[in-house]
Design a protein around this ligand. Sequence first.
Ligand SMILES: NC(=O)c1ccc[n+]([C@@H]2O[C@H](COP(=O)([O-])OP(=O)(O)OC[C@H]3O[C@@H](n4cnc5c(N)ncnc54)[C@H](OP(=O)(O)O)[C@@H]3O)[C@@H](O)[C@H]2O)c1
Length: 264
Amino acid sequence: MKYRISFIGSGNLAWHLAPALDNAGFVVGEIYSRDRKESKALVERLYQGEIKKNLDFSASGSDVFFIAVNDDAIEEIAQEIILPTEDSILVHTSGSRSMGILSYAAVENIGIFYPLQTFSKERKVLFDKIPICVEASTAWAEGILQEIGSGISQKVVTIDSDQRRALHVAAVFANNFVNHCLRVAGDIMKSEKLDHELIHPLVVETIRKAFEIGPANAQTGPAKRHDFETLDEHLDYLAENDELAEVYRIFSQYIVDCYPLDDQ
Ligand SMILES: NC(=O)c1ccc[n+]([C@@H]2O[C@H](COP(=O)([O-])OP(=O)(O)OC[C@H]3O[C@@H](n4cnc5c(N)ncnc54)[C@H](OP(=O)(O)O)[C@@H]3O)[C@@H](O)[C@H]2O)c1
């Protein structure tokens, strides 16, 4: 069945998810955002979208309401939103927040629709390979979220809030921290007037090798080898940046501890 969907929020995730659902044949009707310019821009990406000016959806024809706002604002929206019927389904898209924070809304059917990917407006994404993690308070709502997820992705899994929180922690290590390390590497190279492209083959091989032989086997470097003089030299180099030196020290020590020499 082609459900009718409304969005609250027009940030990075809604920017991609709403048109993906629209293209899959669901009807994305209303878009609510505090910033009218943002909701207008998102509505223009939809076939039949319209701007919703407030959170009173009592006259809405939608079946499912997606809250795609900052994690900290989800609860506030759940408290304020007025839904059209007691069968309306209210979901949020956060990796870390529990389903329970939606219980402020006076509906029985609440749930999660969490796409495990990083989304930025300026970057195109293809949904068909993005895992969609769903959870719902009733089997009926879970079936509908599964059906909606399957409309855009080949991989839809049901996981509970505890598993999703763990998954989100893992995702922060795999994406946010890796990405920030790439930024640090780039900044160091820039400060030494080194061509940033010098490091690209290393980064590509790091990810490829980790997938192929597993990250534990793929690890190399001074911390794994317990080359403490090299580690000290690197700490000297970072001495002017206390915060970064501390991150380097803690991370290196963690690698040293994970690879005792007896095991190598
Ligand atoms: N981006 C990702 O990679 C990603 C991936 C998976 C899941 N998610 C989840 O998706 C949700 C949205 O993330 P995002 O990356 O799209 O965030 P974002 O780009 O920062 O956009 C946040 C949206 O929330 C709105 N908002 C913030 N506070 C609000 C409030 N008090 N009332 C009403 N609207 C409010 C913002 O509107 P204003 O412009 O008016 O502030 C904006 O439309 C989060 O729960 C996040 O965990 C994100």
